[in-house]
Design a binder for this molecule. Sequence first.
Ligand SMILES: [Zn+2]
Length: 275
Amino acid sequence: MIPNHLRHRAEMPVYLFGILVNLLAVVIIFGISIGSWDLGVDIKQYQSFLVTLFLLPFTILILLHWNYAKIRGNAIQITDKQFPDVYTMYRKLALEIGFQENKIPKLYLIQGGGTLNAYATKCNLRKSYAVVYADIFEIVRFHEDYTTLKFILAHELGHIALGHVNIRRKVFTYFANLFRPYAQTFTRAQELSADRVAANFVPEGIDQSLFILSAGKNLYPEVNKEAYLEQIQNEQNGLFLRAVNLMSDHPIMSKRMLALDDIKNYGLKKHGKLF
Ligand SMILES: [Zn+2]
């Protein structure tokens, strides 16, 4: 659906690496199981592990249904009758990104106790949805800032369009994801890809939108981007900065902002730093 050049260049290699680690882990586990059996060792000690492995896709599916039921039961769906101004903007954006009219993911609004967040996930095997927390949604009302909300929604639609929410991604990288630096690197690569989708479809949001995550929903319009870029000039390569970034599921803000600034200045051929 989405041209591949919008993906961060590291995303698919990191995914492939995770699949290979997964395959290797499965082969080793089965090898140990069969070897133990040949040696007369009681295979029962591996049984629960093998059962867990077999049930993993079903467990993930049940969790998805469970979480979607919580959203359906508690959130407000944004439609042409519910916050129609936002829905019109969202629908147009989804069509631009490449979703067919009948496959536009549902969008929900939920109160998050002050948390500034939005996310995209699956309803079931086929359909996906996006959720935006009230505090982010409110910026449209208090600052009349559609751009920031649009940028955030484009990021979430990017996750869906690029297949980041697909169940197979979780299943195929299950064992690799048990190693936290890998799991965080994989999600960071996907975040950089989703940022590229947002930057491509909402370029007017590159300069200011992400500052909401650092400065909050009231102060972010006042952040001076040039001063911030000066601040982070030397905040990219320190050992501890890299370690914090490595262990984060989202790239640290300085790397994220530099990646977006590079796209603004040099185009999508520039890819932000994953490490
Ligand atoms: Zn994201």
